[in-house]
Design a protein around this ligand. Structure first.
Ligand code: PLP
Length: 371
């Protein structure tokens, strides 16, 4: 039965039309300009500014380096308040800058850092807050900014999941001092590997562009110890093509979310989130939370049962970042400090969610969960 059917993966990359991509490759070959702020790189930056409704975008080679570079550019040191409920890259970026991560618990309704718990974690060493719009759910950016202003802290958003997300018609990428995006193959918009930083003024954009190219500000001038994190022409071209079809892909994801919600609404012990009022979502993930007592099966039991039937959910985010060996010795990494994140990590399964899921796929996923 299911064993012979193709597995349904949790995600599937959005790929541009191969013939179109070939045409663009031909242009790159003809120009012989393959990296270092080429024509497609410039075009993709301006196309992204327009699509994301932001004034400045700087492309990067992945979504981790803009996090590391943002911390460098803002000269962040000491301690940074962040969330344990994210992909490890968020905390790794702090570690690579010699910064001590301070984990603060999350809000059950969004999975994002709980602003009510931030102030208690601030010390004389705190210099910034690094929240994550997890699953593309917007953080409470106003509450976070109020705290940051009160204590003179910078705010860097890891917006890797929040491509195209808007609140009341305004991009979430306007919040904080900087936001970073990931264009990894598994994300809503991908350039295979890739990423970007969003900033609010021309001077910062210029500085970041220097920093991602070793700090070069001219042929013979290096303004700071920069890094190499430039996106090349091939992936910029790929990104330009994908940007044209990303809205269609997001709408396909939306339709899957509608079907999942309709079918799971009355399943006891399975919780999920509805759309938030005033928010334009990107349907990047579809997390469900398995309440063992009422559902009658643990998250792991359901996860393995799905797997047996070829339905590849993902326990995302489990384990918490604060539970990995590198970080679990930190004073803020205890379960007592992170009760909500601990419970969410124990109950979550992200269901398959991508643009290419068929009606039949969706039904196969649902059959595993509904009994
Ligand atoms: C994907 C992701 C990153 C890292 O992006 P890469 O492009 O893979 O380097 C960072 N933070 C979060 C929350 C992510 O999901």
């Amino acid at each position: 039965m299911y064993m012979n059917e193709t597995p349904i993966t949790v995600t599937s990359p959005l790929l541009p039309d191969l013939a179109d991509f070939n045409d663009m490759l031909k242009q790159i070959w003809d120009s012989r300009w393959i990296t270092n702020n080429g024509s497609f790189h410039k075009q993709l930056e301006s196309a992204l500014c327009e699509y994301l409704k932001v004034p400045y975008v700087s492309l990067f080679t992945n979504g981790t380096l803009p996090l590391i570079t943002a911390l460098q550019a803002l000269r962040i040191t000491g301690e940074v308040i962040t969330t344990p409920y994210s992909f490890v890259a968020t905390t790794h970026a702090l570690w690579w800058n010699g910064i001590r991560p301070v984990f603060v618990d999350i809000d059950w309704n969004t999975g994002c850092i709980d602003p009510n718990k931030i102030e208690a974690a601030i010390t004389s060493k705190t210099t910034a807050i690094m929240p994550v719009h997890v699953y593309g759910k917007p953080c409470d950016t106003e509450a976070i900014q109020t705290i940051a202003d009160k204590y003179g802290l910078k705010v860097i958003y890891d917006a890797a999941h929040a491509f195209g997300v808007e609140v009341d018609g305004k991009s979430v990428l306007h919040a904080g001092d900087m936001s970073t995006l990931s264009f990894h193959a598994t994300k809503v918009f991908n350039t295979i590997e890739g990423g970007a930083m969003v900033m609010h003024d021309e001077q910062t954009k210029k500085r970041i562009d220097y920093l991602k190219n070793f700090g070069f500000a001219g042929e013979t001038e290096v303004i700071a110890p920069g890094i190499n994190s430039k996106m090349d022409e091939v992936r910029s071209a790929y990104g330009l093509l994908n940007l044209k079809q990303v809205d269609t892909a997001i709408e396909a994801r939306h339709q899957v979310a509608i079907k999942y919600r309709e079918a799971l609404r009355n399943v006891e012990g399975i919780e999920f989130w509805d759309d938030l009022p005033g928010v334009k979502h990107n349907y990047s993930y579809f997390p469900i939370f398995v309440h063992q007592k009422t559902y009658g099966m643990s998250r792991d039991e359901l996860y393995y049962k799905m797997k047996e039937q070829g339905v590849m959910g993902r326990r995302y985010f489990y384990p918490l970042i604060s539970d990995f060996t590198t970080y679990r010795g930190l004073p803020s990494a205890t379960k007592d400090n992170l009760p909500v994140a601990t419970e969410m990590a124990r109950e979550v399964i992200c269901l398959p969610m991508h643009h290419a899921l068929t009606e039949e796929d969706v039904q196969r996923v649902l059959e595993c969960i509904i009994r």
